[in-house]
Write a protein that binds this ligand. Sequence first.
Ligand code: HEM
Length: 299
Amino acid sequence: MGNTRREAGLLPLKPLVKAVSTSTSTSNNYPAWHPPQNGEVRSPCPALNTLANHGICPRSGKGYTIPVVIDCLKRGLNVGADFATVIGTAGIASNPNPLTSGLYFDLDMLDRHDFVIEHDGSLSRADASTGNNYSFNQTIWDTVLAYYSGMDNATIPVASKARFNRISTEAARDPNFSYSPVQFILSYGETALYLSTMGDPITGVAPLEYVRSLFEEERLPYELGWQPPKTETTLATLGAMALELNAASGEQVPEGVILGEKSLRAALIGLNAATGEIENNAVYAIAKLTGALGSLIGL
Ligand code: HEM
């Protein structure tokens, strides 16, 4: 996993102020951080890796059930149980034997391409066709950071353009590029997630050095002054922000899809986000067991 700026000088950004300690110091109560050690596994998700590196989610990266995910997303990032349940359900769907093995996932199962969550055109990972869709990739991330040149804060309008550029870039250069309506929705959701948890789930304003700590260090930026936002990140706040992000990019919405809370839930539980019909039987079966179906009226 890279965490140096390989193309130094490419961007007029201040170097990330890195926290120096790797464990809880006596002067604070921050959860101790260290990168994965022998046998511990990680994922293409910067946030889950970060929470595991602090031991807020299991450091092993293994055995993530819905109760585990609800608890550690709440404690670590003030993410609500509603979103934790549906994203956790999609995570479990990445387990090759989700029903027989006990409704859990390990972080290294999340690499499964095009299987609900993992998709092309990521902000900080290469497309699956390159052979590595899971490691942090500084060169790709630099193309996102370029949009923030000269700015101290990530914002909805700029994050939106940076996200759309990643989709357009890979669509043009990856002959195997895939981008379904589900992936369209999740990609907006991921940008909303970093703006919400590193900043504010309503305004979407997030200090850039916090965002960089999450992606580049896979570390919560406590020592830079960050605390979990007071406002909880929920399906509703994420859906509303996804809508704003889309308005700012002007990207065409797939036919029939209404971006928002309900389509975000639908995308993660195996439903067609436009029609509400079951699209992925396996995921839907898991969602019935995890309690992720919730209210889909009005999709
Ligand atoms: C059980 C909970 C979660 C699961 C199973 C999960 C899974 C994933 C997966 C599989 C990806 C890769 C998608 C891709 O191909 O780009 C991803 C990306 C991402 N996730 Fe998570 N995630 C979870 C929770 C969260 C939370 C709470 C956040 C809050 C910040 C978050 C932020 C992100 C972001 C920003 C990306 C995009 C990375 C990129 O495009 O480079 N995730 N997640």
